[in-house]
Design a binder for this molecule. Structure first.
Ligand code: F6R
Ligand code: MG
Ligand code: MG
Length: 376
């Protein structure tokens, strides 16, 4: 049996400075200490910790498979400890926000943090691209994932690489009904698009090559559906394997050259462009990545991309993939779109529709005005 490696990417918003702007460096340092300890104890093979805006992510490799209680507990206790040792002590904003329950109960899914995990047989060379997006929702990856794995105008390999020519299978979750369907591309492309064009409900969770090879995985939890009240947006993470019969790194990145509109931004209640961002700093020695901050109107929604090479479970890298003048134009277009759409103020389609809003005073306003509405 070839050795199997699991890559677990687990993230949470457990407080930030100031307001919802950015993770504090001390939070990342405590995360690093916990990961280093787990590596010494042999629980994980390797790790990298990083942030994007107010979200702190733990990237871990190990041999325990997906949904492993030991790995999930490690993530949970790490988030708890950061909350106690840093977020609460420094009175950071929204300390411990995503830790929705008191005690860990075996699987971190449904407890607040976002999870993306993939068990793989490491190929002779295994390039991996890891994404984190702040001030948006899991469905934000629908459009780029479609482009990467199904659109030949994005991914040349779909046409000219014999190993990709058969296409890919998309697993799409229905977040409302709690069920999923697998759709094959290119055969069922129009059915796929009919669903994933509603990114607040239908979310691509995984992509497989037709021979079953796992190619991509996204976090899909909807916090507000778990908690039944506003607890922040479900800022998502995603991992994509690259090259040699899968989309090239450059085909994966190409999908983010168009800053498409996503839901999230201020108060989780506005549409805005997804801006590809450079990291502020990457410290290879300490295995910490310091990610971008959220500023204008708490945003705009931003995404980072970190590129690794795996070797026997070790994470070589990362390379900051959006740190290139090639993405400056996209950032400028995103800034222009942000400015344009912001001028709509409280009007749709900048503001989300009433059923999608995270905060709303509409019921109170309607209640107050009830007696004053007259029949037409
Ligand atoms: C969006 C986000 C922020 C907050 C906003 C208000 O996901 O986290 O935009 O919604 O700053 O925050 P509160 O209600 O905590 O003052
Ligand atoms: Mg926050
Ligand atoms: Mg966030």
């Amino acid at each position: 049996m070839p050795r199997k490696i699991t890559i677990s990417l687990i993230k949470a918003d457990i407080g930030s400075i100031p307001g919802h702007v950015v993770v504090h460096p001390k939070q990342l340092e405590v995360a690093k200490e916990k990961m280093e300890e787990a590596k010494k104890n042999g629980l994980i093979i390797d790790y990298f910790v990083f942030n994007f805006g107010d979200d702190l992510a733990l990237l871990m490799t190990h041999e325990y498979g997906e949904n492993n209680p030991k790995i999930h507990e490690l993530a949970w206790t790490t988030f708890k400890e950061i909350t106690e040792k840093v977020s609460k002590k420094l009175k950071l904003y929204a300390a411990g926000q995503d830790l929705l329950v008191e005690a860990f109960s075996g699987n971190i899914r449904g407890m607040g943090p976002q999870v993306a995990e993939m068990e793989i047989e490491e190929r002779p060379s295994e390039p991996l691209v890891v994404f984190g997006a702040d001030k948006t929702e899991p469905g934000a990856f629908n459009l780029p994932l479609f482009r990467i794995f199904a659109d030949p105008f994005n991914t040349a390999g779909l046409i000219i690489d014999p190993k990709m020519h058969d296409g890919f299978i998309f697993r799409v979750l229905d977040l409302i009904e709690g069920q999923y369907v697998e759709l094959r591309c290119p055969e069922e492309m129009y059915d796929l698009l009919a669903l994933i064009g509603t990114p607040g409900r239908y979310v691509i969770e995984r992509v497989f090559r037709k021979d079953g090879l796992p190619a991509a995985v996204c976090s899909v939890t909807k916090l507000n559906l778990i908690a039944g009240r506003y607890v922040g947006k479900d800022d998502p993470v995603c991992m994509i394997r690259a090259q040699h019969g899968l989309p090239a790194v450059g085909e994966i990145l190409e999908a983010f050259a168009f800053p498409h509109l996503v839901a999230g931004w201020m108060r989780g209640s506005h549409h805005g462009p997804l801006m590809p961002m450079k990291m502020i700093k990457i410290d290879w020695e300490n295995k910490i990545g310091y990610g971008p901050k959220m500023t204008r109107f708490d945003g705009p929604p931003k995404i980072v991309a970190l590129g690794f090479q795996l070797h026997d479970g070790y994470l070589e890298g990362p390379i900051d993939l959006f740190d290139d003048p090639a993405f400056d134009y996209t950032r400028q277009v995103a800034a222009y779109i942000a400015d344009y759409i912001r001028r709509h103020g409280p009007f749709m389609p900048h503001r989300l529709g009433p059923e999608e809003m995270e905060y709303t005073t509409l019921p109170q306003v309607l209640e107050k005005l009830k007696s004053r509405f007259k029949r037409m």
